[in-house]
Design a protein around this ligand. Structure first.
Ligand code: FE2
Length: 435
């Protein structure tokens, strides 16, 4: 294995890693299997969760018909907010409580799946909202027991949420993104149907594909699990346990698939083969980051999306300003990989090579620039925003962005180099513009 010394033992470091396998069915047309799978899990009355856009599309109708065909009583909730908030999580929870459901089916992107995880959690184990939210913002209490069955049907080119126990939202009072993390939030099953990607708007494909790309890069370059402090008890080993041989497998193949298909899948509206490959890469990267954890590009993204003023990309609802999750991540990524390359240059060079970069003659000192340069090429050729300046921020915003992201220790501490306020400030400065 390349880089095996990356997992060399360290004083006080963990000596084991855990694998939480996701249950996934992948293939064209698998949405039609939803009814049979739900019935086999014992679901008799299902909450079918989606958003207003998906509610009018055929994919939702296919799933609803499949559930009803299996004799399941179905109630649709189409009020999920794109980029959800604590308020929208609680609105979905009220629906879930009042409906007395015994199972959940989500059809949509990361926002829909995350909202469903939260509605399942709070309707099953009611509590003050901040009880389960990540510290230091929330109490970080463990989820008390198993949740009700949840079948996740991702409809974008993938956030990977179908494979993870993470639900992310904007906490309105703090204007910051944070999340709830627990293995118990992981959907019972994912039905990944590449047909869902065929008709997505260009920017929606791009934002989710760049999210996936960063999941794979962050998981591969995360601190080694052997360099993270061993947990006080084995059962407390976090899902964000750092890079490990299992997550490496998913990252490598996701990066290779993305290198071949990302630009094609985003730019060519009729290249359904490439779009189908992007959702496969999303699944692979989801398996990886669900077992390794992301790091600084995601940590920094929370304030980039939370403090948005007036950015309104094509392909998204125009009612309010929004930096879609994948865009809020990728605008930070080149700056971060320039910074983290020093910690594990071979991993940065390997990642660039799988993405299709020519790394002949590149040395360890070039690693950050080679990977960042390749990412920037991808961003330019798919009309992504040019750094955080491209989504409306300037130098005066950097103190606020830094303050907003600094509490994201789960993510920042998973980076291979330590990141304090000074480093975070420099990373945002470098991310202002790339070209
Ligand atoms: Fe993400």
């Amino acid at each position: 294995m390349a880089c095996c010394h990356y997992f060399a033992p360290s004083e006080g470091g963990d000596e084991a890693f855990s694998i939480d396998a996701s249950t996934i069915t992948f293939g064209p047309g698998v949405l039609r299997e939803a009814g049979d799978h739900a019935a086999s899990m014992g679901i008799k009355r299902a909450a079918l969760m989606t958003d207003k856009v998906m509610a009018g599309l055929e994919h939702l109708a296919v799933v609803k018909a499949a559930l009803e065909g299996a004799g399941i009583d179905v109630v649709v909730y189409d009020e999920v907010r794109v980029e959800p908030t604590d308020e929208s999580f609680m609105a979905a929870t009220r629906f879930a409580q009042e409906g007395k459901f015994d199972g959940f089916i989500s059809v949509g992107g990361g926002s829909v799946m995350d909202t469903t995880k939260a509605a399942n959690l709070y309707s099953t184990y009611p509590a003050e909202f901040l009880t389960y939210v990540n510290p230091p913002i929330g109490g970080g209490q463990p989820v008390p027991g198993p949740l009700k069955p949840h079948i996740a049907c991702p409809s974008t080119c993938g956030t990977g949420s179908e494979c993870t126990g993470i639900a992310v939202f904007d906490l309105l009072a703090m204007r910051a993104k944070t999340g709830i993390v627990s293995r118990r939030l992981r959907p019972s099953m994912a039905l990944v149907d590449p047909v869902c990607t065929h008709t997505l708007p260009k920017n929606v494909v791009a934002a989710s594909a760049f999210d996936v790309l960063s999941h794979a890069l962050e998981s591969y370059t995360a601190v080694a699990y052997t360099r993270r402090k061993a947990p006080a008890r084995p059962s407390l080993r976090p899902m964000s346990q750092g890079a490990n041989p299992w997550s490496d497998l998913g990252c490598r193949e996701a990066l290779r698939v993305l290198g071949e298909n990302l630009v094609r899948g985003v730019n060519d509206p009729v290249d359904t083969e490439a779009k189908g490959q992007l959702i496969w890469a999303a699944t692979l990267a989801g398996i990886a980051f669900g077992n390794a954890g992301c790091h600084a590009p995601h940590g920094m993204s929370y304030s980039v999306s939370g403090m948005v003023r007036d950015f309104q990309p094509d392909g998204y609802p125009k009612a309010e300003a929004i930096v879609p999750h994948g865009m809020s991540v990728i605008v930070n990524s080149p700056a971060v990989f320039r910074f983290t390359a020093e910690a594990c240059p071979e991993r940065h060079l390997e990642a660039a090579r799988w993405l299709g970069a020519d790394i002949r003659g590149a040395t360890a000192r070039d690693a950050g620039e080679v990977l960042a340069g390749h990412l920037i090429q991808f961003m330019k050729s798919t009309d992504m925003p040019n750094g955080i300046g491209g989504v409306g921020y300037n130098r005066d915003d950097i103190p606020g962005l830094t303050e907003g992201s600094f509490p994201q220790r789960r993510l920042l501490d998973n980076a291979p180099r330590s990141i304090g306020k000074e480093e975070l400030t420099k990373l945002y400065q470098d991310a202002l513009a790339y070209w």
